[in-house]
Write a protein that binds this ligand. Structure first.
Ligand code: FES
Length: 285
């Protein structure tokens, strides 16, 4: 059953109500609704977001330490890009600059993140997603010559880093699979030992034909048109992208001189230059 609207409230234990209230008011930017408004005999403070959610701080005296395993135990706020920029400026001014996207170079294009801890060590993630997270990015490599078709064994996957694609040799022929993840713009890697493409950004997996395997509902990885020329050389056009709903044998380019890409049943997708989008993302987030 789908949730109706957003969550109502979050209850956070704190050791020092004064200190924590100041953090959530001045650093996170919530409005203080009032003290001791709920039926709890411990001191508490109710704060509000501007989207009608509440945060209740309850002074418990002793707060269990933040899990030593760290990592995934946290709360996350999702902001618009504009709100994210304002929050980043406020956090920097409040001395939280070390948490401002220390992993930036490992994030999907268009994904912005900050990680901060409250006075009791609770971890808060602050996220925003720009529209560039779903734009289709041209690498700038143009037409790429991959070598002779006989150099690629059936079952092989060859990464072309500059062109941001994988050349996959299947029984049916060749596929030039764009390495951009279709979830957000993460870059996938080929995990030979488990026979799948993997996106380290949020964990999406795709089979060797580029079809998504899992529960996130991602589209298959996109295809670049390619051909085998009269001499058997494999040529990939990285400027163009085609979307698909799954794998069909006709998508594979026959492994023979003159083998051509068949667009039937595929949808050509508009693309932007990766360099230009990265530049825009630098100033946008
Ligand atoms: S960008 Fe999210 S899983 Fe790839």
């Amino acid at each position: 059953m789908a949730l109706n609207g957003a969550f109502s409230h979050l209850v956070v234990e704190c050791a020092d109500l004064e200190k924590s209230e100041a953090f959530y008011r001045d650093v996170i930017g919530l409005d203080v609704v009032g003290r001791n408004l709920v039926a709890d005999n411990r001191p508490n403070s109710l704060l509000a977001t501007n989207t009608r959610q509440r945060l209740l701080l309850v002074e418990t005296g002793e707060v269990p330490p933040y899990p030593g395993s760290g990592g995934s135990i946290h709360h996350a706020w999702l902001l618009t890009i504009e709100q994210f920029k304002a929050a980043r400026d406020r956090l920097e001014a409040a001395g939280f600059s070390s948490g401002i996207d220390p992993r930036q170079s490992f994030r999907a294009v268009g994904e912005y993140n900050m990680d901060i801890h409250d006075p009791d060590g609770n971890r808060f993630q602050i996220q925003a997603f720009g529209e560039e997270g779903t734009e289709i990015l041209r690498s700038g490599a143009g037409t790429v010559m991959m070598g002779h078709m006989d150099d690629f064994a059936v079952g092989s996957v060859t990464h072309n880093r500059k062109g941001r694609f994988f050349l996959v040799r299947e029984d049916e022929g060749f596929l030039a699979v764009s390495s951009w993840c279709t979830h957000k713009n993460g870059l996938t890697i080929w995990q030979k030992e488990s026979w799948h493409f993997y996106c380290p950004f949020h964990g999406a997996k795709y089979d060797r034909k580029g079809c998504y395997v899992g529960h996130m509902g991602c589209q298959p990885m996109r295809l670049h048109p390619m051909q085998i020329d009269a001499l058997g050389q494999v040529v990939v056009d990285t400027n163009r992208f085609f979307g698909r709903s799954g794998f069909e044998a006709a998508q594979a380019v026959p492994a023979e001189p003159g083998g051509k890409f068949d667009e039937t049943g595929l949808t050509e997708l508009p693309a932007c230059d990766e360099k230009e989008v990265r530049e825009r993302a630098k100033t946008g987030g």
